[in-house]
Ligand binder design. Structure first.
Ligand code: PLP
Length: 416
């Protein structure tokens, strides 16, 4: 039985051959560090890192190559951004669909400031600032709090609610580009315009759309764009980063500090980018692989990848529609592929989701992801909490045959 990989939203597989070749070449032939030594292969490694930064800057319309910072994944990027930026008294707006990569650091810093305070476990609908229990409200001016912007049952952001949720302490909006549960796209331009109007910092988690959708920092008024290398960017695991405006970088403290190979006469953290946020040796084989992946995306065209993913998603939605009509399963999120990323989550009506995922693999070789997908609040909006969903997600190498096979397998397993 061939395996059918439908877990691209978790991590993309397969990777283009070019990625593997670039990593092998770095490991076998180059091997040197960057920004430290000064011989031929060290310069070659330097060039690979610079070119990868430049391609990322170009892809996301960043301010400058130096403003591209590498980390090991988007989770680390969001931690560096949130923990380096937020100060006591700050209030943040987030969507009710956010991943734990945003919510856990936010809750963590709220708790660190007030260890005695119990966290409020919001259901994603209330508009009171969350992050601390009521008994700590006397200290709210010293707390870091957040409010969730509600999303409807398909995951769409209720943008008309945003003005009402602002308070004098609101400093930033942190938002994903698309839900990893339902694929629902977030209105980046509208939120960016809202941030511009109110002078807010706009931090974006691009995990689910980078590599297929156009993300333009300048046009959407994004202050920091966090990215992960191993999903739609088609690079290896252990790569990621963020692109930041000079203005925001100037307001942040680095989370990690140490040797950078630059300014070695001083024991203070350098002011310049990217060094300020990039202490220690980088994941150089990973960056070489990511660079090759970005070249592959350029040559193939992200617009063509998006068109392919949309076609596969629509085909799948069409093929499983009758299962929903006959009450055998529910599809979470928007009805059309145009309104979502290449993610389709389903809730079987006569079976436990984990049993369905197990049988999909054992009987049909279909690999999906089951559960809450690190986004409990999203499931509360979608009405799929706490049972979760079985998530099918597609990518550049998904074929029509695979979609047919998955739809047929679902039919066999779910139809009563
Ligand atoms: C929306 C979103 N944000 C953040 C992450 C975390 O990504 P990583 O594990 O690469 O840090 C994911 C991963 O699934 C995601 O879907």
């Amino acid at each position: 039985m061939d395996r059918i990989y439908m877990d691209y939203a978790c991590t993309s597989y397969p990777k283009p051959d070019e990625v593997i070749r670039a990593m092998t070449d770095y490991m076998t032939r180059i091997g040197s560090n960057v920004s430290r030594s000064s011989y031929g292969t060290a310069y070659e490694a330097e060039e690979i890192v610079y070119d990868t930064r430049a391609m990322l800057c170009d892809l996301f319309h960043g301010p400058d190559v130096k403003n591209v910072i590498f980390t090991k994944n988007i989770t680390e990027s969001l931690n560096v951004l949130l923990k380096g930026l937020l100060k006591p008294g700050d209030h943040v707006l987030v969507s009710a669909m956010e991943h734990n990569a945003v919510m856990r650091p936010l809750n963590q810093i709220a708790r660190e400031l007030f260890p005695e305070a119990e966290q409020v476990s919001g259901d994603g609908s209330e508009s009171e600032p969350e992050g601390l229990s009521e008994n700590a409200e006397s200290g709210l001016e010293k707390a870091i709090t957040y409010t969730r912007i509600p999303c409807d049952t398909e995951g769409f952001l209720q943008t008309q609610e945003m003005e009402k949720l602002l308070c004098p302490q609101t400093r930033a909006v942190v938002m994903m580009t698309a839900s990893n549960v339902s694929g629902t796209l977030m209105p980046l331009d509208a939120v960016g315009a809202f941030c511009r109007k109110h002078g807010l910092i706009f931090i974006v988690d691009s995990a689910q759309t980078a590599g297929a959708f156009d993300i333009d920092m300048e046009k959407s008024g994004i202050s920091a764009l966090a990215f992960t290398g191993h999903k739609g960017l088609l690079g290896p695991q252990g790569t990621g980063g963020f692109i930041i405006t000079d203005e925001l970088a100037g307001q942040m403290e680095p989370l990690i500090s140490g040797g950078t190979g630059s300014f070695s006469h001083t024991e203070e953290v350098p002011e310049i980018l990217p060094d300020r946020f990039e202490a220690g040796t980088l994941n150089l084989p990973g960056i070489a692989g990511l660079g090759a992946a970005l070249k592959f995306l350029r040559e193939k065209g992200t617009d063509r990848i998006l068109a392919h993913e949309r076609q596969m998603t629509q085909l799948f939605l069409d093929q499983i529609a009758s299962l929903e009509e006959s009450g055998c399963l529910k599809i979470a999120g928007p009805r059309t592929a145009a309104e979502r990323s290449a993610v389709v989550s389903v809730c079987p009506q006569h079976m436990d989701p984990s049993q369905l995922a197990f049988r999909l693999e054992k009987e049909y070789g279909i690999l999906t992801r089951v559960g809450l997908h690190c986004a409990p609040s999203a499931h509360k909006s979608l009405g799929t909490f706490p049972s979760g969903t079985v998530r099918f997600s597609f990518g550049w190498a998904t074929t029509e045959e695979e979609i047919h096979a998955a739809a047929q397998a679902l039919d066999k397993l779910c139809r009563k």
